[in-house]
Design a protein around this ligand. Structure first.
Ligand code: NZQ
Ligand code: ZN
Length: 389
């Protein structure tokens, strides 16, 4: 049964090969000062930087830059961004990059005028924003996080070994996002497939929860089928526009809040993955792929009917003559084979996790209670040990 909810999503999307043409129209809605935020330089190499700056200049904007946003942006970088946003009196923060850049832009947008330490207020105490918010726009270059159409922002604190996400409300969502699938063509294969699994994981986190039969479950099965189909095509030919555009659109719908409405959600793969990320700084999607199979096999008995449905509706497992347990198990086996086929990391060891880190990771994993089984730190340790191989 669907619970009670309200739904709105204020982000305006521009999608397709000519999506960037819409930037100049959007820029009319904001003042002169634009803080251009980007990562380690991929946009300079592939020419997106030049195209964007050209549009900003043609529109008469004063452009200030905040470059060097790292994958898994840090609390120190966030403080630097706040200084730059205030110094430039930014009317708009324009994020050009992947989830890290978009997340960071949102974090700066709520933190620049925050009078307390943003890490404490937003990430430790999970408080809502009560100060001026600088509007954010995104030009997306890496597909996976859904950050282009949600209020999520994930920040890493290496000193305390914590990676924490805060999901803000509508007022922090990007005002607009520009999605041109061609901008993702230059991604290295490792990043591309990590993004594919991030999408899959977002869907599964919202699918494997509740015993209910609702519209969201059917939408998610469709999104998963599209993702599996298109990701195989994209791995075979990364320049396949049809596949890459389908995946870009799927990523947005996987985490723009729609499919979670009215149902419980799990998020334990992300909680374990984030704890692994805090210790290793590994690529987000790979932290998820490395822990997913041991986690899902562990909770399968608790969510048997949903895992059976997943096997049949998503992985085309034939149920004939098999027990529920066999059907569900075969679904996970097919998922594992797919993950290996597209080149995902299947072991946390490969991400730099050592035996000595296991207790720290297990004990710092945030526990959520919306999934099929409430985990203990000992359960998380066991899942990590499985992943170590
Ligand atoms: O920094 P540059 O040089 O731009 O290189 C990036 C980076 O090294 C590169 N890249 C991006 N677009 C490229 C490209 N290289 C070549 N061509 C392009 N077109 O890819 C690398 C990874 O980028 P990053 O932004 O870190 O990846 P992703 O989009 O996966 O973002 C990861 C961050 O998002 C958070 C993660 O925790 C992590 O911090 N998440 C945000 C969520 C949200 N807002 O809702 C949810 C997710 O679950 C996730 O937690
Ligand atoms: Zn994710």
């Amino acid at each position: 049964m669907l619970g009670n909810f309200s739904y709105s999503n204020p982000t305006k999307l521009y999608f397709g090969e000519r999506a960037l043409d819409s930037l100049s129209g959007e820029l009319q809605n904001y003042g002169k000062n634009v803080l251009l935020v980007y990562g380690g330089g991929s946009i300079r190499k592939n020419g997106i930087y030049g195209e964007v700056v050209n549009i900003l200049k043609t529109c008469g904007k004063e452009v200030f830059e905040d470059a060097g946003v790292m994958p898994n942006p840090t609390v120190e970088k966030l403080c630097e961004g706040c200084r730059r946003a205030k110094e430039s009196n930014a009317d708009l923060i324009l994020a050009v990059g992947g989830g890290s850049v978009c997340d960071y832009a949102k974090a700066v947008s709520v933190s620049a005028y925050c009078e307390e330490a943003p890490w404490d207020k937003y990430f430790l105490r999970m408080e809502d924003v009560d100060n001026k918010i600088i509007p954010v726009g995104c030009v997306l270059t890496m597909v996976g996080t859904g950050s282009e159409m949600n209020g999520g922002t994930v920040i890493t604190n290496h000193e305390s070994k914590l990676k924490i996400g805060h999901v803000f409300g509508d007022n922090v969502f990007p005002k607009f996002s520009i999605l041109n699938p061609i901008f993702t063509f230059t991604l290295p294969k490792y990043q591309m497939v990590a993004g594919f699994f991030d999408i899959m994981s977002h869907i599964l986190e919202q699918y494997f929860s509740g015993g209910d039969d609702n519209t969201s479950d059917y939408i998610m099965e469709g999104l998963l089928r599209s993702l599996i189909h298109s990701s195989k095509r994209a791995v075979a030919n990364p320049m396949d526009y049809e596949a890459r555009s389908n995946i870009m659109w799927t990523a947005t719908w996987a985490l723009n809040t729609l499919v979670a409405k009215g149902k419980a959600t799990d998020w334990m793969v992300h909680m374990i993955g984030q704890a692994v990320g805090a210790y290793t700084d590994a690529t987000h999607g790979m932290t998820l792929s490395a822990v997913s199979m041991p986690y899902y096999r562990f909770i399968l008995p608790d969510g048997l009917q949903k895992f059976k449905r997943y096997a049949v509706n998503v992985w085309d497992v034939s149920p004939d003559g098999k027990t529920d347990r066999e059907i569900a198990g075969e679904g996970l086996d097919r998922m594992e084979a797919y993950m290996e086929e597209i080149g995902l990391v299947m072991s946390v060891k490969e991400l730099g996790v050592t035996e000595g880190m296991l207790d720290g990771i297990a004990n710092s994993t945030f526990m959520m209670d919306g999934g099929y089984r409430a985990l203990s730190a000992a359960d998380v340790r066991m899942i990590l040990e499985e992943s170590m191989g």
